[in-house]
Ligand binder design. Sequence first.
Ligand code: ATP
Length: 583
Amino acid sequence: MNIREIVLRHRGLLIAGIGMGLVGAAATLAQPWMLGRLIEAVALDKAIAWPITLIALFFIADAALNAGHAYAIGRAGENIVFDTRRILGGRLLRSQIPHFSRLEHGDVFARTISDTSIACLVIAQALAQVVTSVFMLVGSVVLMARLDWKLLLTTLGCLGLASGVALFLARQVRIAALRNRENVGAYGSGLQRVLGAITTVKASRAEERETDELARLADRARQSGIRVTAFNSLLTPAMNVGTQLSLAVVISWGMARVATGSLSPADLTSFVMYLFYLVSPLVMLFMSIGQIQQGRAAIQRVTELGTIPQEESEANEANAGANDATPQAEGASDETAPAVAFDGVSFSYHDGTPVLRDVSFSLPRRGLTAIVGPSGAGKTTTFQLIERFQRPDAGTVSVAGHDIAALPLTELRSLVGYVEQDAPLLRGTIRQNLTYANPGADAADIARALRLASLDDFVAELPEGLDTELGERGAGLSGGQRQRLAIARTLLQRPEVILLDEVTAHLDSDTEAALRDAMAEAANECAVLAIAHRLSTIRQADRIIVLEGGRVRAIGTHQELIGSDEVYRRLASQQFAAEDALA
Ligand SMILES: Nc1ncnc2c1ncn2[C@@H]1O[C@H](COP(=O)(O)OP(=O)(O)OP(=O)(O)O)[C@@H](O)[C@H]1O
């Protein structure tokens, strides 16, 4: 992502805004000159209608052009912020999971929400301000030099002194503002951390501790905020002192020269007006330079986030599809190809520890397969590879006969339905959540999916039925209901393969039995691969894959494995004991 390109896309509006600003500045500069001519006309008893009309015209043009300038630049800034956020949002959603999972969410929000505003608005406004300020400064200096160069040198001396102090203060403001942004960001991250785990905080009676910690972070933000205010409040007086000093010198020396006749009252009036004009662009220039520095830091943070590696772009997917057209066409009609096949797959996360080692298995197009194994055996990682959230270091993974490395991602993910361990739901109605992967599903399909997931009675009892609004992350539903809603959503997608990650963990025995029926029915239509702990689920499976330490230990039915595999026997007896204890 390149912010320069985004800014250039809006150059028309920016140039129009700067153009209006420059013409407006010229109209401003013309006013003292015209006022001088008006004073001369009055003094010499000449006609004053023209000077007055011109001053009025310049005044109106000045006001109108300045309003146009502010509107155009503000609008361009908002357009740039919009484009940056739109692109950034898309890039985050299409980013590669291994890179995304390393980001801190609070920081991602800060970069996407506030850094984009600062970067774009500051750059658009501050750049425009620099251009118009420099024009005003040069214009004022040239016109003042034409009026009286000695008075100009005196003015520049006084203002130069004040500018030096102002420059120093502006630099301090910038440093303090950067620190303040970091502190505000840290407070945001802290707030997000505790609010995301509010029930754990309460259950651990940690409210007081966390409130103190939040207050400590907020206090750091307050202190750096006060530093910004302190330096900022000195900035304007520093420039005012310079202005007042030069004004005092210019007026007293200028009046003395008017008395001796070496300067006309009209020129002195114009000169004093230009003096005021000189100060405001000077302050603006310093502030804009400071803002641009701040904006550069924000641009860097936005650009860093924007360069997060992407899953293939649409174009690449199309190419991959075109290059792979023949095997895909064959595979799609080849019902004999396995639903999922792992062939010599090895994988490690970024820390390099091997998680899967030379894993090979294949699933037929129909039927229920359970994956069992001790905690950390690599079961969820297997699912991550099938969805291509992660890529294998060696070996190939195929779905419906296609090597998934060459399959367009949208196609792969339409073939595979995935119900995660925590089954997160999105805000919105039950219907929106249900049809999330298949927005075109009709009422009959929805009713079938609800029935299969044993949710039909629950939804029928709700006053608003399918249109019931769910809270954040599915609040308003029990863990089991959330899980079943996620299963119904996957069933509606009608995939070739359904991956279920410990979906029966949250369910009571009755619901689990209903869900087992749902799995059996789904397994008649597609391949179901379930990570399971409950023996009742495992026993129902057509085949069971036993994983241990990232390797496939054994594959077989419950009866076969009980007789032949030590690890399976141990897992099964542990589960029996646990279920007996529960009973
Ligand atoms: N994102 C990750 N980054 C680094 N290591 C990871 C990551 N996810 C999992 N691991 C590691 O990979 C190994 C396998 O994890 P995985 O979640 O696949 O196991 P699992 O068999 O599903 O375990 P469980 O039954 O406890 O859910 C574990 O040692 C885990 O610490």
